[in-house]
Design a protein. Structure first.
Length: 229
């Protein structure tokens, strides 16, 4: 693919990386067969190929609109498209770069920015999320139906296996997921145990950084990762 990046990103680390990825894409369309949003919506701009085109135009200095951001927001970043790409296009990395640029060139409304900021700071703090979930469960019968469906009933977390294995894998204990579905970690530990792998719980860990990263707060996400390391 021929590219002509704009001056604002042309010689930056992100621009050099994005250009290298873009030039590998031949727009063959194999990626559309494994893209869930394209299979559901049928819109070319909701396919990896379409989003690559939107990112290319953005990095070349074309006007960025709310529609551009909408199509990039709809991407699940599942990276299924990468499994079928014959050219080895690193779509996941490209969309990470593109989303940040689009965010800067087409800022969201203030209330959307506020919502995303609250998500980035609320969901990543386990003690705060746990407290909110504890209160919500006790008020669940009084909540509207659409909110009741978002507050799962409390369940037993299950028992973590205690058998030691030579192969070990870290389980970060800083996620808010156990507050909603506490049995997942125990079930995962039992499955890995059956495969001869011991899950070692990292008690002092915080958020892995994924939430902030996917909200385009990359530096804050990297700080989460550095702290855990």
């Amino acid at each position: 693919m021929e590219t002509h990046l704009a001056d604002f990103i042309k010689n930056t680390a992100q621009g050099i990386e994005a250009e290298s990825i873009l030039r590998k894409c031949v727009h063959c369309g194999f990626c559309t067969a494994t893209c869930p949003t394209y299979k559901i919506l049928g819109d070319e701009l909701d396919s990896p190929r379409g989003r690559i085109y939107l990112i290319k135009r953005t990095l070349e200095g074309a006007p960025v609109t709310e529609k551009t951001r909408l199509h990039l927001d709809r991407c699940l970043t599942c990276r299924s498209c990468e499994t079928t790409c014959p050219s080895g296009v690193q779509y996941g990395r490209l969309v990470d770069i593109g989303r940040v640029v689009v965010e800067e060139r087409a800022p969201r409304d203030w209330h959307r920015q506020l919502m995303r900021a609250l998500l980035a700071d609320f969901i990543t703090r386990r003690w705060l999320f746990n407290s909110a979930m504890w209160i919500a469960r006790r008020l669940r019968p009084l909540l509207p139906r659409f909110l009741q469906d978002k507050v799962p009933k409390a369940r037993d977390a299950g028992v973590l296996p205690t058998r030691a294995h030579a192969r070990k894998m870290l389980l970060l204990d800083g996620c808010v997921q156990p507050s909603m579905l506490p049995a997942i970690n125990a079930a995962a530990a039992r499955v890995f145990g059956a495969l001869g792998i011991e899950l070692v719980v990292a008690r002092a860990a915080g958020c892995c950084g994924a939430i902030r990263f996917h909200l385009n707060r990359h530096e804050a996400a990297l700080n989460d990762m550095r702290r855990n390391i």
